[in-house]
Write a protein that binds this ligand. Structure first.
Ligand SMILES: Cc1cc2nc3c(=O)[nH]c(=O)nc-3n(C[C@H](O)[C@H](O)[C@H](O)COP(=O)(O)OP(=O)(O)OC[C@H]3O[C@@H](n4cnc5c(N)ncnc54)[C@H](O)[C@@H]3O)c2cc1C
Length: 323
């Protein structure tokens, strides 16, 4: 129920626009590394000093105007420049929808090409984050097209999809991030039970560790992390074949500990004023984080609009259910 609520809230464009006006609120500053690249670079340097690499996501959602996609492209190009200029250990994560996938496939391809080509010049890797099911195949198509000319790209495999095993076999020669999956997907295309998702997740990780290029195991789940540690030992898989990834602000002690133990580790650094949808998906995954919201939502005037709209949204859903 709470998961559904936050996934619903993450897709609400009105709340997204309202949130943009108010800077990082509702506790978002604990999981979003600032609203501009300068702030993000400071955080990246701090993590690099602990032996942790970063993947940088210039947050952006609901892009359905070409000017917004072009602006997002310019911003991501500026991040590529900043990574190069500051010589930090970081690469880029981006969402195809941010660059116009929902508007026009060819336009999105051109935008991506510019970014991938500039990053290629500097030896910077670009990860295509994966979104919901409707965007899955077009995102793989973009990857296929750009792979004809560039080798500095990779993507994400979401374990909740039935097709994930075929995708991982097809893309085994890519650097892949393997995740459980963050969106709400119907049973026609995805496992919906936690046990099934978790078991498929392990299966995919093991497959890519044994047969794939480089595996990014992106999870906060200590059961999975402990399983991987044992599995790589048993199969003599060297440390340079894989890494662990976690999101900025989550399980900070464990992030430092894994890096200290000698594992490659990358922290996902989201930044920007378009933080709302990202943050709501994080709340959907782990409703314990609601404490962060509750502490702040009722004691600051600027948050009232978000609180009221969230309440209205919830009431709307409840009354729809009753009908
Ligand atoms: C780096 C990174 C990149 C991602 N990229 C994408 C993407 O491109 N597309 C996409 O769909 N999804 C992406 N995700 C999200 C992912 O799909 C999951 O939704 C998300 O990671 C939650 O699943 P989990 O594996 O972390 O563990 P969960 O299934 O949420 O948790 C399992 C268990 O781990 C423990 N645990 C989890 N979190 C915490 C915590 N904060 N503190 C203490 N214990 C905890 C608890 O015991 C919990 O029961 C990404 C995730 C990461 C980390």
């Amino acid at each position: 129920m709470l998961k559904d609520l936050f996934i619903g809230l993450s897709q609400n464009q009105f709340l997204n626009s309202a949130a943009k006006k108010y800077g990082l609120k509702l506790g978002a500053q604990s999981v979003v590394a600032g609203t501009n690249i300068e702030e993000a670079i400071v955080k990246i340097k701090e993590l690099n000093a602990h032996g942790i690499a970063c993947t940088v996501d210039n947050l952006g959602e609901f892009v359905n105007q070409k000017e917004d996609a072009t602006a997002a492209k310019e911003q991501i190009l500026a991040v590529v420049e900043a990574i190069h200029e500051h010589e930090v250990d970081a690469h880029i994560s981006l969402k195809p929808s941010q660059l116009g996938l929902d508007i026009d496939y060819s336009f999105c391809l051109e935008n991506l090409k510019e970014i991938v080509s500039k990053a290629h010049e500097y030896g910077i890797f670009i990860n295509f984050d994966m979104e919901d099911h409707g965007r899955l195949q077009p995102s793989f198509d973009l990857l296929d097209e750009l792979s004809k000319s560039y080798d500095n790209i990779g993507t994400v495999i979401q374990a909740y999809f039935y097709r994930a095993i075929e995708d991982i076999e097809k893309y085994k020669n890519y650097r892949l991030r393997i995740v459980k999956g963050a969106y709400k997907e119907p049973a026609e295309v995805a496992y919906t039970a936690k046990e099934e998702i978790d078991s498929n997740y392990i299966k995919l990780i093991e497959y890519h560790l044994l047969h794939g290029k480089f595996t990014s195991i992106a999870t906060h789940d200590h059961h999975v992390i402990n399983h991987v540690k044992k599995f790589v030992k048993e199969h003599d898989i060297p440390n340079d074949q894989f890494e662990f990834q976690m999101l900025y602000g989550f399980r900070k002690e464990m992030q430092l500990e894994l890096a200290k133990e000698g594992y490659n580790f990358t922290t996902y650094i989201p930044f920007g004023d378009d933080w709302y949808g990202y943050y709501m998906r994080r709340l959907a995954e782990r409703p314990q984080n609601i404490n962060l919201v509750a502490k702040q939502v009722f004691n600051k005037k600027t948050n009232t609009i978000l609180g009221v709209a969230a309440g209205a949204f919830l009431l709307g859903r409840l009354s729809k259910k009753k009908k």
